[in-house]
Design a protein around this ligand. Structure first.
Ligand code: ZN
Length: 159
């Protein structure tokens, strides 16, 4: 069967930036299972997977517009170091914070004597996502999976 809305799809993926550095990969690990057509993957990748079938392999470059969006300068802020209390603050440290659209991951990008610059943009905002994909499995979702909006069983939620 071909991938369409409400298919459960298993993929093996490798994600690289434009410099060819591997940012993430499932090669040698469990396949990534997802429910197609529900925004569980970035839209540029879901678009490309549409109508593919088991065994298909392809590469696709997803622009930031169809990936994790472009960085929003408003999400970069400087806060006093004292806001972190006695915690050690280092560049690259990440923590969760409340953003306008819910929880966001905030990354420390600069630490000065008394100030910390934090960035609430997605770490891959503004990055072209170069995916190498192998479609491992395609099946229909169960009614329970559709109700929950995610995959159950191998590679999915267990509950
Ligand atoms: Zn569930």
């Amino acid at each position: 069967m071909k991938i369409k809305k409400n298919s459960v799809v298993a993929i093996t993926y490798t994600l690289k930036n434009d410099a060819g550095e591997i940012l993430d990969s499932s090669v040698g690990k469990e396949s990534l299972y997802y429910l197609h057509g529900h925004g569980n993957l970035v839209i540029g990748l879901e678009d490309e997977l549409e109508n593919k079938g088991k065994g298909d392999q392809f590469s696709v470059a997803v622009s930031a517009d169809k990936g994790y969006g472009n960085p929003d300068p408003k999400l970069v802020q400087t806060v006093p170091l004292s806001a972190f209390g006695t915690n050690k603050v280092e560049i690259g440290m990440q923590f969760h914070a409340e953003g306008p659209g819910g929880q966001v991951v905030v990354t420390v990008v600069e630490v000065n004597a008394d100030q910390v610059k934090i960035d609430g943009n997605h770490p891959l905002a503004g990055v072209t996502l170069n995916f190498d994909i192998i479609v491992d499995e395609v099946r229909e979702a169960t009614s329970e999976e559709l109700a929950h909006g995610h995959v159950h069983g191998p590679g999915g939620h267990h509950h």
